[in-house]
Design a protein around this ligand. Sequence first.
Ligand SMILES: NC(=O)CC[C@H](N)C(=O)O
Length: 313
Amino acid sequence: MMYCMKLLKLPWSENILAFQILYLSVLKALLHASVVCRRKLVVEWVAAGDLEDVTAKEAPDVYKNAWNLLKGSDGVVVPGGFGDRGVQGKIIAAKYARENKVPFLGICLGMQIAVIEFAQSILGLHDANSTEFDPQTSHPCVIFMPEGSKTHMGGTMRLGSRRTYFKVPNCKSAKLYGNASFVDERHRHRYEVNPDMVPQFENAGLSFVGSDETGRRMEVIELPSHPYFVGAQFHPEFKSRPGKPSALFLGLIAAASGQLDAVLQNYGNASKLLPNGMSNGKPIVKSYQNGNAIKSSNGSLNGVYSNGNGVHH
Ligand SMILES: NC(=O)CC[C@H](N)C(=O)O
């Protein structure tokens, strides 16, 4: 037997390639956490725009299917992204997870979405938005905050490893990171939570548990009143490894499978306390993105198996 191989030049721009890697990293991080929690992972990609009212009119079946997937999910991930495509649908997904106490992880744009949703629904600021999507908004709760660093590549993008300090020692995230007082995680964004609005959010119950060394750049949010509602401005998925899942993904999967209290008590050292044995086969996490499922020629994604619109393992 032999393998014939052809290497084709990819017709992707660097940005698209970065997106593919980003989504693959999220899938792998979910998988690493599911293995440690001894659960079988089923991921359904939902194009966020399918949850929007406009889809209900234009394609009612698509809308119904998207809502069925959301309502049947044990956990929701809103990953990173750029541009305003599907933003309204992502806000709807975050609202659904918040109101129905469904475990939620918002990554980068996903955290910004959670903040916008909270501003609109809880603070009653109906036009609250990121200036990335509405530069004219009268309530800019996410704003452009260039770092002004000449030593970091990437123009105005805040890129690479940065330190996050936990301000609330008892929060779920700090515990999941092994009771850490700080963590170094990778970043890839231009916009951030408007620091001037933080006191308003905190008074209404949204907790900003981690920030940078200046205290002006918000890094991690939590809703203490929710079983697991966490957002990170950084990308925790990049540091997830088999057998060593990312803390925030572990928290999500543990919450989605009823194991979060045990995991928190053990400060994120889940592998020690979870029972051995095979999964009960229950799908536990469904994930939402703005776009299509990642496709590969043979349907496999390095251990994550893709079957049409869903990704199964
Ligand atoms: N990586 C991301 O999710 C980026 C989020 C947002 N578009 C920003 O630039 O801040």
